[in-house]
Write a new protein. Structure first.
Lengths: 117, 113
């Protein structure tokens, strides 16, 4: 149980285009989903927290107009990287939490490798 | 600022030996700690967690030790196997707060044949 999927696993796009990444909780309802960014050989950096049906909370320094997050259902959250540039190339990972407290276990997706040419 | 960090960025062990991965945290109010394993090109995988009312917790081949006095966390892997090769992250949080998980910088564990 507690499986989180991401789609696509890899995406290559041209500079200036937008890319949408989906995160799904397959066997549980996720009240909260998280989006992380990870650079090579670095730790995970939290970008934003999204609760179903409400606006996402972005971490300091993360542009909300560039990284659009939608959490329309209890099993799906999407991250759209708008007007992507090469510096947006990174490994994007989502996680989902079924409980309502911040110490309930987070389950991570397999990640999406974004390369912007 | 508050941070979670690891003592060693890399660790190499012989197959069959025990591995110990260490983590220091600075927020004395943190009361929930998790270890994650991340294989190359994949998302983090939950290994084991521990709350601050415990000093030790055991799972299958893994043990987490928590020393609140010195704000230190360790992950012990018994009889390390090639499949254990990965980056291991500790993460911490504070229950009842608005904070989210804070991840350490990670330790690359390499299991030698």
């Amino acid at each position: 149980g507690a499986v989180v999927s991401q789609h696509p696993s890899r995406v290559i796009c041209k500079s200036g285009t937008s890319v949408k990444i989906e995160c799904r909780s397959l066997d549980f309802q996720a009240t909260t989903m998280f989006w992380y960014r990870q650079f090579p050989k670095k730790s995970l950096m939290l970008m934003a927290t999204s609760n179903e049906g409400s606006k996402a909370t972005y971490e300091q320094g993360v542009e909300k107009d560039k990284f659009l997050i939608n959490h329309a259902s209890l099993t799906l959250s999407t991250l759209t990287v708008t007007s992507a540039h090469p510096e947006d190339s990174s490994f994007y990972i989502c996680s989902a939490r079924s409980g309502t407290t911040n110490t309930d276990t987070q389950y991570f997706g397999p990640g999406t490798r974004l390369t912007v040419l | 600022g508050e941070s979670v960090g690891l003592h060693l960025p890399t660790l190499s062990v012989q197959e069959g030996d025990n591995s110990i991965i260490n983590c220091a945290y600075s927020n004395s109010a943190s009361d929930y700690f998790i270890w994650y394993k991340q294989e190359s090109g994949k998302g983090p995988q939950f290994i084991i967690d521990i709350r601050s009312n415990m000093d030790k917790r055991q799972g299958q081949r893994v043990t987490v030790l928590l020393n609140k006095t010195v704000k230190h966390l360790s992950l012990q892997i018994a009889a390390t196997q090639p499949g254990d090769s990965a980056v291991y992250f500790c993460a911490e949080n504070m229950s009842g707060s608005a904070r989210q998980l804070t991840f350490g910088s990670g330790t690359q564990l390499t299991v030698l044949p």
